[in-house]
Design a protein around this ligand. Structure first.
Ligand code: UD1
Ligand code: UDP
Length: 371
């Protein structure tokens, strides 16, 4: 059996790695080992339990308001040390965070082959998103196997002359989403998995908002927050539900603008189940999150992407997402349109999900077994 170390550190990585880990456990050819760098602490806690799994190692590396260089250095050092001890045959990483890039560098130094899950996403702007665009490019140079989630990601890799061992698999986030929506309908049909005092999903049109991108820190987040107040004030039948990211650079800017408003609900980051429930029961989603852009089309929710560029243009092409950037007038105009024009709303709500069919993990395990 080959020892395959699956390394993750942040919220989206757990969600996207969990279904693959479960599938690898069924394989007779692999012994999967789960390594949590601990880049995130609270935001990852409880996420694994939902999928019924436990990490084998937690390096507990998060520090409050950590710098990119310090977390990068800590992940390289700590994962190197652990790889030397447990000697994996393969290291698998997912996406484009510091944990992903740094663990890949550690594996490279030890000449352990790297498999990159969710490979090939590109904006072609090295500082946007920052530092993710560079992180995933570095991993693409190191990895021996590239698991692209879409045709476009597959083509991006080919364009960079990465031609060996590139596979188009679909995104495992849809596996995680379908697993979760099925469980929600089975286990939570009587009691909702999310309760926010004062917020009634049946009485208000809920606008779900998330934001955390580094390139939007400061002015852009401030502008977006002020625009949210304008939107909710213009439409009295709406409410805004905003799970605050734990990054202090996000909270310190948006909290003072949004707190105290009767129809703006700021909550601590919910776990995956309540968050999926919130997506299912929202009217509209405004986000700069990568994962949320991928999930929303399966739930029939239009997404306004609060970014100037996206490495996930498939949703925009399919019609489920619109890139509205960080300009207050455009955000206000596009949100108002979706809140008043049912035809425009329905057009965005009824599109096919271009990111996957919920079977990516099975496909990936077959590919890895063959290799
Ligand atoms: C990270 C990733 C980003 C990903 C996002 C998902 C990098 C550079 N960024 O951004 O690509 O989209 O995760 O959410 O890898 N914090 C806590 N508890 C937590 C998590 C974070 O307190 O559970 C606070 C800490 O003060 C921490 C700070 O947030 O220092 C920043 O965390 P970090 O992982 O460096 O960056 P994110 O903005 O979370
Ligand atoms: N998510 C969650 N709780 C939240 C916000 C997001 O469980 O409060 C989930 C979301 O459904 C998606 C993933 O976390 O699967 C996205 O994480 P995030 O937005 O932090 O990172 P990104 O995808 O932008 O890297």
């Amino acid at each position: 059996m080959k020892k395959i170390a699956l390394v993750f550190g942040t919220r989206p990585e757990v969600i996207k790695i969990a279904p693959l880990y479960l599938e690898l456990k069924k394989s007779k050819k692999f012994k999967p080992i789960l390594i949590n760098t601990g880049q995130h602490k609270e935001m990852v806690a409880g996420m694994l339990a939902w999928f019924g799994i436990k990490e084998d190692y937690n390096l507990k590396l998060m520090q409050k308001n950590q710098t990119l260089e310090s977390i990068t250095a800590r992940v390289i050092e700590s994962t190197s040390e652990l790889f030397r001890k447990i000697k994996p045959d393969i290291v698998l990483v997912e996406g484009d965070t510091v944990s992903v890039m740094a663990a890949s560098i550690a594996a490279f130094y030890l000449k352990i082959p790297v498999v990159h899950l969710e490979a090939g996403l590109r904006t072609e702007e090295i500082y946007n998103p920052f530092p993710e665009e560079m992180a995933r490019r570095i991993v693409s140079r190191i990895a021996s196997v590239h698991l692209a989630p879409t045709d476009r990601a597959f083509t991006n890799l080919k364009k960079e002359n990465i031609s060996k061992s590139v596979f188009n698999t679909g995104n495992t986030v849809i596996d995680a989403l379908f697993y979760t929506t099925t469980q929600i309908s089975r286990k939570y049909n009587k009691i909702a998995p999310m309760y926010v005092p004062g917020l009634d999903f049946d009485k208000s049109r809920v606008i779900l908002v998330t934001m955390h991108r580094r390139e939007n820190f400061g002015k852009s987040h401030r502008d977006i927050a002020k625009t949210l107040v304008k939107i909710v004030d213009k439409f009295p039948d709406t409410a805004i539900l905003l799970p605050l990211h734990l990054n202090p650079n996000v909270r310190s800017v948006i909290q003072p603008i949004l707190k105290g408003h009767k129809r703006i609900f700021l909550i601590e980051p919910p776990g995956y189940v309540p968050f999926v429930y919130a997506m299912q029961n929202s009217y509209l989603i405004l986000t700069d999150s990568g994962g949320v852009q991928e999930e929303a089309p399966s739930l029939g929710k239009p997404v306004l992407v609060l970014r100037t560029n996206t490495e996930r243009p498939e949703g925009v092409s399919a019609g489920s997402a619109k890139l509205v950037g960080v300009n207050p007038e455009i955000i206000f105009k596009e949100a108002s349109k979706l809140l008043t024009n049912k035809k425009a709303y329905n057009k965005m709500a009824k599109t096919k999900n271009p990111y996957g069919d919920g079977k990516a993990s099975k496909r990936i395990v077959k590919i890895l077994e063959k290799l």
